[in-house]
Write a protein that binds this ligand. Structure first.
Ligand code: NDP
Length: 419
């Protein structure tokens, strides 16, 4: 019997909520809260006839800690699932601490306004000291560790697929497959086709910021940063086929490097088609990816937010998207004194996801792990006071839950990634 407050009602949250409603014996009471309450009401009305979970809805602007505190006091949840945007991570964590509630999210903190001078000063110092320049990093949320420890609360960070399941795969490989791991390559392939010339599969602002930034990887105890999209590989993905993929900075590299310091190299690759890259380059060249406000006909607008308004809503891609995703990790290392490679991954079908929960596979592969992470916290399998990422917990019950609730793992003991 547990009460869960879900903040956000976009593509990912909608899948997580569908999935919570399939596990009504654990998720007995859900409150769906977002800025736009009508979206929450529509989802609640659609799910009510199909589930025993009692669903209520609320309006909240999670940029304001007091609003989240008021809602928590009213609903009295055991867990808050933050599936809004990374901009709200800290305000929601503050509210959880103020009310004594556990916390979970799917993406690490970044500020909405990267021009804020106070934030920028800390960011620039971090870039110099750490050696990577992504706008997001774990330092802001790791700074809450002691507060969560003292309060006896658990905060589980980045519990989507990547970050999230990819770190459970790392913990699994370390526990079951290797004595020592030398390299980890995280491969994120979307073989889906939505028929638009250009669209992003999740929140456009977050997605385009991530993809247009410099790439970086971890090697021999330090970050190596490279120009955007400057390292390319081709890989033959199971059930998808040959795809070009590019090295990106990605948040789980930072936490894996900290929690698995023996690993010599950690990289992240994502597949992109030529059309996506050409559109993105063009938008970047004309300034449409900028987060700095510009004055347009007497009104301030943020170019990337305006672009978001023009692009298809990621949630609308569901009925149009065909094909599969394939996301996983290739490891090299040693077992019983012998060199070994191992690949663990999940293949997910866009159309099957849409049939089941009305969303495409990108939202599905993020929303299902968020539900499974919540399940780990609510059933006492992953509770320890503090702030944690997924690789810090036992991967076995989590991967079992993913197998059961729609993201089964596949394994290959002879993968080849040609350098
Ligand atoms: P969407 O843009 O589809 O949805 C965001 C939701 O958050 C909307 O319901 C929006 O409400 C709500 N929201 C935004 N700001 C606030 C606020 N201030 N207060 C309350 N609610 C707010 O995003 P996605 O569903 O695509 O992504 C959700 C999260 O998942 C993001 O953090 C994203 O980075 C992360 N993600 C993680 C992945 C992983 O593998 N780990 C992969 C993909 C995404 P409104 O409609 O009113 O604007």
């Amino acid at each position: 019997m547990s009460r869960v407050l879900v903040i956000g009602c976009g593509g990912v949250a909608s899948v997580a909520i569908h999935k919570c409603c399939q596990v009504s014996d654990v998720f007995t009471d859900l409150c769906i809260a977002s800025r736009t309450k009508e979206k929450c009401d529509r989802l609640a009305a659609a799910l009510a006839p199909k589930t025993k979970t009692r669903i209520t809805t609320a309006k909240v602007d999670a940029d304001h800690t007091e609003e989240v505190i008021a809602l928590i006091k009213e609903f009295k949840p055991d867990l808050v699932m933050n599936i809004a945007l990374p901009y709200q991570d800290l305000t929601i964590m503050d509210a959880c601490l103020a009310c004594g509630v556990n916390y979970l999210d799917t993406a690490n903190y970044e500020p909405e306004n990267t021009d804020d001078p106070a934030w920028r000063a800390i960011y620039e110092k971090r870039c110099k000291e750490e050696g990577f320049s992504a706008y997001f990093d774990y330092s802001w949320q790791w700074a809450y560790r002691e507060k969560f420890e003292k309060a006896g609360l658990t905060a589980l960070l980045g519990c989507g697929f990547d970050p999230g399941v990819t770190q459970a795969y790392c913990a699994w490989a370390r526990k079951h497959e290797f004595d020592t791991i030398d390299t980890i390559d995280i491969l994120d392939c979307n073989g889906g086709d939505h028929g638009y010339a250009f669209a992003t599969n999740f929140n456009p602002e977050i997605n385009l910021r991530e993809v247009s930034a410099p790439g970086s990887y971890w090697e021999n105890g330090k970050w190596v940063e490279i120009p955007p999209m400057s390292i390319k590989r081709e890989y033959d993905f199971d059930k998808v086929g040959h795809k070009d993929m590019y090295l990106l900075h990605h948040e789980e590299i930072e936490s894996i490097a900290k929690n698995m310091p023996e690993v010599k190299r950690i990289r992240f690759f994502m597949t992109f088609g030529q059309s996506y890259l050409t559109h993105m380059k063009c938008l970047e060249n004309v300034g449409m990816l900028s987060t700095t406000p510009v004055l347009f006909e007497g009104k301030e607008i943020v170019p990337i937010q305006f672009l978001k308004a023009l692009l298809p809503d990621p949630a609308s891609l569901g009925p149009r998207t065909k094909g599969k995703t394939n996301i996983g990790c290739i490891f090299t290392g040693k077992k019983d004194g012998k060199e070994k490679t191992y690949y663990i991954y999940n293949v997910c079908d866009h159309e099957a996801c849409y049939k089941e929960v009305g969303s495409q596979a990108i939202s599905y592969t993020t929303g299902v792990p968020a539900m499974c992470g919540a399940l780990m916290l609510l059933t006492g399998k992953w509770n320890k006071p503090g702030v944690y990422t997924v690789e810090q917990f036992d991967p076995d019950p989590f991967l079992d839950a993913l197998d059961q609730y729609g993201l089964p793992r596949s394994e290959n003991r002879a993968p080849e990634l040609v350098e």
